[in-house]
Design a protein around this ligand. Sequence first.
Ligand SMILES: NC(=O)c1ccc[n+]([C@@H]2O[C@H](COP(=O)([O-])OP(=O)(O)OC[C@H]3O[C@@H](n4cnc5c(N)ncnc54)[C@H](O)[C@@H]3O)[C@@H](O)[C@H]2O)c1
Ligand SMILES: [Zn+2]
Ligand SMILES: [Zn+2]
Length: 338
Amino acid sequence: MEALVLTGTKELNVKDIDRPEVLPNEVLVHTAFAGICGTDHALYAGLPGSADAVPPIVLGHENSGVVAEVGDAVTNVKVGDRVTVDPNIYCGQCKYCRTGRPELCENLSAVGVTRDGGFEEYFTAPASVVYPIPDNVSLKSASVVEPISCAVHGIKLLKLSPYQKALVIGDGFMGELFVQILQAYGIHQVDLAGIVDEKLAMNKSQFGVKNTFNTNNGDQIPAEEYDVVIEAVGMPQTQEEAIASAARGAQVLMFGVGGPDATFEMNTYEIFQKQLTIQGSFINPNSFEDSLALLSSGKLNVEALMSHELDYKTVDDFVNGKLGVVSKAVVKVGGEEA
Ligand SMILES: NC(=O)c1ccc[n+]([C@@H]2O[C@H](COP(=O)([O-])OP(=O)(O)OC[C@H]3O[C@@H](n4cnc5c(N)ncnc54)[C@H](O)[C@@H]3O)[C@@H](O)[C@H]2O)c1
Ligand SMILES: [Zn+2]
Ligand SMILES: [Zn+2]
């Protein structure tokens, strides 16, 4: 079968490899779509994602497809089911897994990171991480349930209430997801700060954003204004903006991923005086069901945010930054039946 294999640092090659064997507790998925994100950029460049990827490996931690085969012990899905796979596999035995915080697992493995993922015609996953897709959700939308569920996990770490005014900093795909999810969770006003005028305008006209700020064009984000601030860029400048725009009693979700050695400036008195909650967020535990429900209920429109549909050959252009402004790129892997 055909697969896009990461054969070394910054080396992607389309190869003919064997279809994987299916263990008793595993599901074989005929891939339909695989989403591609910043984590794939990092893994391609030899940096870690949620875990280290050791070549040769097939990336593709965001995916959807149709069940082609199930192992003898599998009961939750059957051949022909449309599914999406939560890439993260927790050990269930470490301190973190056994205290209800599996995302912090000491032995995390992941489909598309530590084992072969969706950039190939067929891939396997343990049945425990395979989720059927509701009939009214497309395979294309379902391929991004993993990033949706990262945002949902972040949202679930906050205490939300309709009166709150929220600011999302970052007009990438994750920021745009937060715009929609915050409203689905009942927040009455969501503002958006970014650097791409077209995206800011689209989120205002189509997705309920009230005020937008293009901080590259000199727009000022109001200081001490927001009860909830989502930082979805990961740069010191935007992290500082997040703290500055937080009102008294605010919760600041630091969702963006900074460089391993990056730091930002923070006035410690401000944390005390505003009684700030600064919350980190790592991956997506127990959030696939919520994400699928948001898609099925129509509260989330993700296809409108997908700017590029690629094939294997253009993935290289994506990871090399040759595609211009990308909101979300998905790779169409499977044929018509997928
Ligand atoms: N915590 C998690 O579990 C998790 C999961 C997925 C992604 N992330 C992180 O979330 C961040 C956003 O991811 P993404 O896929 O949306 O985007 P991306 O990483 O593809 O690109 C960054 C986005 O930030 C915007 N941006 C750049 N500078 C900005 C500025 N000064 N102000 C506002 N916006 C600016 C750009 O328009 C771009 O769209 C990344 O850091 C990513 O690593 C975290
Ligand atoms: Zn991803
Ligand atoms: Zn564990």
